[in-house]
Design a protein around this ligand. Structure first.
Ligand code: ARG
Length: 449
């Protein structure tokens, strides 16, 4: 006979929720005793039994039994083995439906705290890189073509802002995860005088759910975490892409420390940026988990449906992958060395200052569109001759426009950057403001949760 029962088993992955499940059960038992729903001695017995169960799990001595399907049944069975039939009173006024909803919310709140701490660590690393290379210029890009010089610190602070928004998204998700579903029963509520506010207080929830049918079937908080994780991984992936490009010989902007590169089994010279590549690669599976959960939810009638058991593996993998990636970046970024001579040199080369020269002609009364045309012809001329703009004589310049004077030689990458002195621009004093604001945001982050 074929045994089909393992199709429904979830114990091999939902056992990760044992701490949340036991904390929820202890609060529930305490509430049942306080309310006189079960005798208070029984509540005490159950609570100490649950604590023993937790110790057994932590000591690796718990007899997990797949034939009991899930975490909840495993714990309840073991509790009853330990304390006797009184253990059977624990599930009074509760269903596995509000129980698992509770476990997932407790777990989500915890991982949001961890995720946010990881994000703050990455932000600190970016700020550190910006501060230790405060003055370094670099070429800024559009279309991955050299565009205008910027400060390297400005580039790092751009990522700081992305992760700042990510932290905001996780904080927002926390608020909606922070709602107690316990007391909803299977779907309709429970016929006992439970005290849900007491439960909320015991478990540190900000509020209680207002509709039992919604509470047992809502997984929005998981979707929101996974959506925020997807955006965050997208940011990490973009940074990874830059690190991959920057660490190539062609760019040679940064050098990764040995811990974050690997050699090739065949090419002895290689220092491959595998960590950044894997972060970029893992982003795809985070997106996949989000799409899987959205698809899982879209056809479900109210209320609980067993499909919901499928919410877990993708969610856990999302959490593990994101936390691991944040850890890697906290190690990799501070050890990444900027090749200052290289980025400084390139910041002023290859017609990077053409826009500034057009702006300079505007200062001499030439309409911008005309100045743009003059500079385009000048760049083409230089390119044909294999020269840099800076190598032209004043007569060369004047051949294109008689408004050029000695002032054209004052146009440097540093002058270009300094000129962009509007709020949000790359001028050194604006970047100094950005650094100050970033430091302040990190200080405020000390009371994230
Ligand atoms: N293992 C289940 C899940 O993760 C727990 C709830 C089961 N409820 C039920 N009525 N079968 O969703």
């Amino acid at each position: 006979m074929i045994d089909y029962s393992d199709y429904t088993v979830s114990i091999h992955y939902d056992r990760r929720l044992y701490r949340q499940d036991i904390a929820g059960s202890i609060a529930h038992a305490r509430m049942l005793g306080r309310q006189g729903i079960i005798p208070s001695e029984d509540a005490e017995t159950i609570i100490s039994g649950l604590k023993s169960v937790e110790q057994e799990i932590e000591a690796g001595e718990f007899p997990w039994d797949p034939s009991l399907e899930d975490l909840h049944m495993n714990i309840e069975r073991r509790l009853t083995e330990l304390v006797g039939p009184v253990g059977g009173r624990l599930h009074t006024g509760r269903s596995r439906n509000d129980q698992i909803a509770l476990d997932m919310r407790l777990y989500t709140r915890e991982v949001i705290r961890e995720t946010t701490a990881g994000l703050r660590g990455v932000q600190r690393a970016l700020l550190g890189l910006a501060e230790s290379n405060r003055e370094a210029l670099m070429p800024g890009y559009t279309h991955l073509q050299r565009a205008q010089p910027v400060l390297f610190a400005h580039h790092m602070l751009a990522y700081f802002q992305m992760f700042q928004r990510d932290a905001g998204r996780f904080a927002d998700c926390y608020r909606r995860a922070d709602v107690l579903p316990l007391g909803s029963g299977a779907l309709a509520g429970v016929p006992y005088p439970t005290d849900r506010h007491y439960l909320a207080e015991e478990l540190g929830f900000g509020s209680i759910s207002t509709n039992s049918m919604d509470a047992v079937s809502d997984r929005d908080f998981l979707l929101e975490y996974q959506a925020a994780a997807s955006v965050c991984m997208m940011h990490l992936s973009r940074l990874s892409e830059e690190i991959v490009i920057w660490s190539s010989r062609e760019f040679d902007f940064v050098r990764l420390s040995d811990e974050f590169t690997t050699g090739s089994s065949i090419m002895p010279q290689k220092r491959n940026p595998d960590f950044a590549e894997l972060a970029r690669g893992k982003t795809g599976r985070i997106y996949g988990h989000l799409m899987a959960l959205l698809t899982l939810m879209k056809g479900l009638p109210l209320t609980y449906n067993r499909d919901l058991q499928e919410d877990k593996e993708g969610f856990f993998d999302t959490v593990d992958t994101l936390l691991a990636t944040l850890r890697v970046f906290q190690g990799m970024l501070p050890r990444m060395e900027l090749n200052v001579p290289q980025v400084t040199r390139l910041a002023g080369e290859s017609y990077m200052l053409a826009t500034d020269m057009a702006d300079y002609l505007v200062g001499k009364g030439v309409p911008f569109r005309e100045a743009h045309g003059i500079m385009r012809r000048l760049c083409a001329h230089c390119e044909a001759q294999g020269r840099e703009l800076q190598e032209l004589t004043l007569d060369d310049y004047r051949g294109f426009c008689d408004r050029f004077d000695e002032g054209v030689y004052q146009i440097t990458a540093l002058a270009s950057v300094a000129a962009r002195d509007n709020p949000g621009g790359t001028a050194p004093n604006r970047v100094a403001e950005g650094l100050e604001q970033a430091r302040q945001l990190l200080e405020e982050a000390a009371n994230d949760f």
